[in-house]
Every structure is written in C-alpha cells, then in structure tokens.
Design a protein around this ligand. Sequence first.
Ligand code: INI
Length: 158
Amino acid sequence: MPKSIAGDLTGSGRRFAIAATRFNGAIVEQLVAGALDCLIRHGVKDGDITVVRVPGAWELPLVAKALAESRAYDAVIALGCVIRGETPHFDYVAGEAAKGLSAVALASGVPVAFGVLTTDTTEQAAARAGLKGGNKGVDAAISAVEMVQVLAAIARKP
Ligand code: INI
C-alpha cells in the first residue's frame, strides 16, 4: 500500500500575507475580496491576514520576497492583473512577475500563490475576477492553504 501525503484545507492558526497590485485596481480588489472570503471560510482569523498594496505586477516578486523572508507568514498570496491589450510590455511584466514569484517560493520555502490574471482584454479579466463565477483570488487563496498544509504534512512524515 503506497503512503499518501495530502494537505487538507484547514487554515486555522495559520498566517497569510496578500500582496495586491494597485494597477488594474478595480479588478484586483475583486481578487482581494475573493481571497479574504476564502481564507476566512477556511478558518483563518481576520487578524492573521495582512494585505499589502504594491504598484504593479512588476513589483510583486520583491514584496513577496520581503514578506516570505520576514517569516511572519505561512504563505504569501500574490494578486494582480496584466492585460495584453493595454500594454506593449505585457510579456515582460507578466513573465517577470511569474518567474520572480516562483523564485521567491523556491528560495524561501514559503508557498507563494500565483493569483495574477494575464488576459487579452479587460472583459476576460473581469470574468476571472468573479463577474462570471470564477475568481482567481479564491483559487490562489485555497492553493495557499493547501500548500501550507501539504508542506506541514511532509515535514511530519519524511
Ligand atoms: N502592471 C500591472 O500590474 N498590470 C498591467 O497591465 C501593467 N501594464 O499594463 O503596464 C502594469 N504595469 C506597471 C508595472 O507593473 C510597474 O508597476 C511599473 O512598470 C513600475 O515599475
């Protein structure tokens, strides 16, 4: 019988930092609302959540690094929105945000959830921020909770 390790979706007693961009703020605030609601519904206390605003997606990795290295949080949730139609440097901003956030998680050992929408249009972004059902902030928050738990389970059962 193979051994199995899985993280449950219990967030109680855990601390989370949300880094959210001001750029495309109307959409990103919907992601923040979704992430907060999700964390609370999974048992995280209000006071165990910190929301940090950053200018844009480009800045997310550096702030995620500072949050992860502070060791004050069990996971970081990065939320943002990069829309291709609105920027000729879409690929740089979106690509570097993704690469940087991944690098922070690997270097720090602290889970960093990728809740950055990368879409062609504002309509697509709004749809993924709750307008049509799905909300990337919720997805990122639940991934963060699961990652905290799966890493804790691995540490308990080497
Ligand atoms: N930042 C975003 O978060 N989303 C975008 O779509 C975007 N566009 O369109 O350019 C964007 N640019 C700003 C960038 O993230 C930095 O804040 C800026 O370059 C200053 O460093």
